[in-house]
Design a protein around this ligand. Structure first.
Ligand SMILES: Nc1ncnc2c1ncn2[C@@H]1O[C@H](COP(=O)(O)OP(=O)(O)OP(=O)(O)O)[C@@H](O)[C@H]1O
Length: 226
């Protein structure tokens, strides 16, 4: 991925969620850590134009998020913190097909790509399952499959291991670590963060560290006082 943030800030009324940020991220994998409310999700949402900067600009693989919102959504897929809010159809395979057809796939293409992405994430048996009956890990994998079906170059994942048991957590981490797409992961899971090559640390809406996991997590522990 090649992300360029230039003088980029986000305000919600009087509240500054992100102070002016100048940053370039050229990486295959990057993690984002920080305390609750530090600006991680705000930062992540800028990448596919879900949030637009109040000032400045964000350019993702050469695409300006404000100028070309549709293109940037195709380039960067976003997996939400609560995947049950993301899967809008009641049945897993229908949700994936729906997304593909909404982007112009024929019925045959949608069938083929749905089967292939479910197989890729090892969840072919979930095709006909009802979304609201899935476990947390199954839901997370289904949401990732649904986004990857649309062939983004970058996947932005907001707390993908949140509330997963050890076994589902391992499955989801493996899926992220082995995917060909670039991935930017917002996480409170420091064991997982430590496996990523580069971490960004946010504090009170500012980027306060950017580097290898050891030093960045150490800085985070100082900030958190533990
Ligand atoms: N839509 C919104 N309207 C008003 N304030 C918002 C909105 N979204 C976020 N904020 C505020 O912006 C700040 C940063 O929020 P953000 O969600 O980016 O933090 P975060 O680091 O992702 O937190 P968490 O770890 O709790 O998910 C917080 O003070 C939050 O209350």
């Amino acid at each position: 991925m090649d992300l360029v943030f230039s003088g980029c800030s986000v305000r919600y009324g009087e509240r500054v969620a992100l102070h002016p940020l100048d940053l370039r991220v050229q990486a295959h994998r990057v993690g984002v850590i920080g305390l609750n409310g530090s600006g991680k999700t705000t930062f992540a949402r800028l990448i596919n134009g879900l949030t637009l900067p109040s000032l400045g600009r964000v350019v993702v693989n050469g695409i300006d998020t404000r100028a070309e919102p549709d293109r940037v959504r195709g380039e960067a897929g976003y997996v939400f913190q609560n995947p049950q809010n993301q899967l809008i159809m009641p049945v897993v395979a229908d949700d994936i097909r729906f997304g593909l057809k909404a982007r112009g796939a024929t019925t045959a293409e949608a069938e083929q790509r749905t089967a292939s992405v479910l197989a890729r994430f090892g969840i072919a048996e979930l095709a006909q399952r009802r979304v609201h009956e899935l476990s947390g890990g199954e839901l997370q994998l289904a949401a990732m499959a649904s986004v990857c079906a649309l062939s983004p170059s970058i996947l932005v994942l907001d707390e993908p291991t949140n509330q997963l048991d050890l076994s589902n957590r391992r499955l989801v981490i493996k899926a992220i670590e082995t995917m060909a797409e670039d991935a930017l992961v917002v996480t409170h899971d420091l064991e997982f963060a430590a496996r990523l090559p580069r971490l960004l640390l946010f504090h009170e809406g500012r980027l306060v560290a950017d580097g290898a996991p050891g030093e960045t997590i150490a800085r985070y522990r100082e900030i958190a006082g533990c």
